[in-house]
Design a protein around this ligand. Structure first.
Ligand SMILES: Nc1ncnc2c1ncn2[C@@H]1O[C@H](COP(=O)(O)OP(=O)(O)O)[C@@H](O)[C@H]1O
Ligand SMILES: [Mg+2]
Length: 341
């Protein structure tokens, strides 16, 4: 069949316009569904996901706006789901994680970071390619923009944040085109001062007082300039994950690896989940960060073997020495196995 759209027009651009049209008509977010989506990916942080779902639903519903849809600061220890939340927001709101633009603080640590983001002045070599943030937003303004570990970025970069979060605009150097951020969500993450901030979170009960105390601490410890702290719609503090939440993340990762090998999991021996957690535990930092790698190492081989044997559903048991044993496997009908190749 001939793809007529590709033949006669720029299909990507057309689809972008259609998407924009669809959201123009459909400005409602189903909060319960949105929240389920976030909770499905970010475990053990329901105080954050519930509030974020509500805030973004309200902002999303506004007819006009001269600022981004939301500017969020995510604080807390490493490996607690901050980046994961940004991804989950992007995939739900913009239908695609690829709508997320991600910048890492350590990559923006030098003075050249500013021209990397908004382009070089006209005349400099490469000025035509524009900025790493302005160009993609000029092409498609419906984005989630993530600045991870932002405290490590060059201080001059924060002037760009002020313009982006305050007026919802940034001018590209060289081209002088104005990138519009009023359809974007801006997310900054930081694990700076997470111990002190965690204590505030535990000690101050009233939510408003707590937010004020966190803001004051960020200003006093000079992690952020006061005017930056004032620009966020919300500051969320992620909690350290307890063992049950980490087990939950391990289970998600096991299901994800199985999907990659096109095998369904019927059950997993709890001892194997504990073993994955134990291996993921780097010294004192019992986080979730290493789980993906560890689970891949522990389960990948057996799942691939099952798939190669045309097995579609597996029970993963622990052998006497803690090794993996695939049991109760159901072979799939040959025709289906061929189809999925
Ligand atoms: N609360 C959580 N829920 C689900 N997965 C998590 C959670 N915390 C960490 N992870 C997993 O651990 C890894 C690191 O998480 P990430 O969100 O990047 O942590 P950070 O808080 O440092 O940004 C990812 O693979 C992520 O899927
Ligand atoms: Mg992160």
């Amino acid at each position: 069949m001939i793809d007529v759209l590709s033949r006669i027009t720029d299909k990507d651009e057309l689809f972008r316009l259609l998407d924009a049209m669809a959201t123009g008509q459909n400005r409602r977010i189903d909060e319960a569904e949105f929240r389920d989506h976030l909770d499905g990916r970010v475990r053990g942080q329901s105080h954050v996901t519930a509030d974020a779902a509500r805030l973004i639903r309200l902002q999303w519903g506004k007819q006009s706006r001269n600022r981004p849809i939301a500017c969020l600061l995510l604080l807390g220890p490493t490996g607690t789901g901050k980046t994961e939340l940004a991804k989950a927001l992007a995939s739900y709101l913009f239908n695609d994680e690829k709508a997320m633009l991600r910048f890492d603080g350590p990559d923006l640590a030098g003075a050249e970071a500013k021209s990397r983001l908004i382009g070089l002045p006209r005349g400099y070599v490469g000025w035509e390619s524009g900025g790493a943030i302005t160009r993609p937003v000029l092409n498609n303004p419906r984005r989630l923009i993530l600045f991870d570990e932002v405290e490590k970025a060059w201080p001059g970069v924060f002037d760009l944040f002020l313009a982006m979060m305050g007026e919802g605009r940034l001018t590209e150097q060289g081209s002088n085109k104005v990138a519009d951020f009023t359809q974007s969500i801006i997310v900054l993450t930081s694990n700076a001062e997470h111990e002190a901030i965690g204590r505030i979170q535990d000690e101050v009960e009233d939510p408003d007082e707590r937010t004020d105390a966190v803001k004051k601490h960020l200003r006093d410890s000079q992690v952020f300039r006061p005017e930056i702290v004032g620009r966020f719609d919300k500051i969320y503090v992620f909690r350290p994950l307890d063992l049950r939440a980490i087990a939950d993340v391990a289970a998600l990762k096991i299901l994800a690896v199985a999907r990659e090998y096109d095998v369904e999991i019927e059950s997993v021996d709890p001892a194997l989940i504990v073993e994955a957690m134990r291996r993921g535990n780097k010294l004192k930092d019992f986080g979730a960060r290493e789980l993906e790698r560890v689970v891949g190492e522990m389960f990948g081989e057996s799942l691939m073997a099952a798939r190669d044997a045309d097995v579609r559903r597996v029970r993963v048991a622990a052998g006497p020495r803690g090794e993996l044993r695939i049991e109760g496997a159901t072979a799939r009908p040959a025709a289906e196995a061929r189809r999925s190749r």
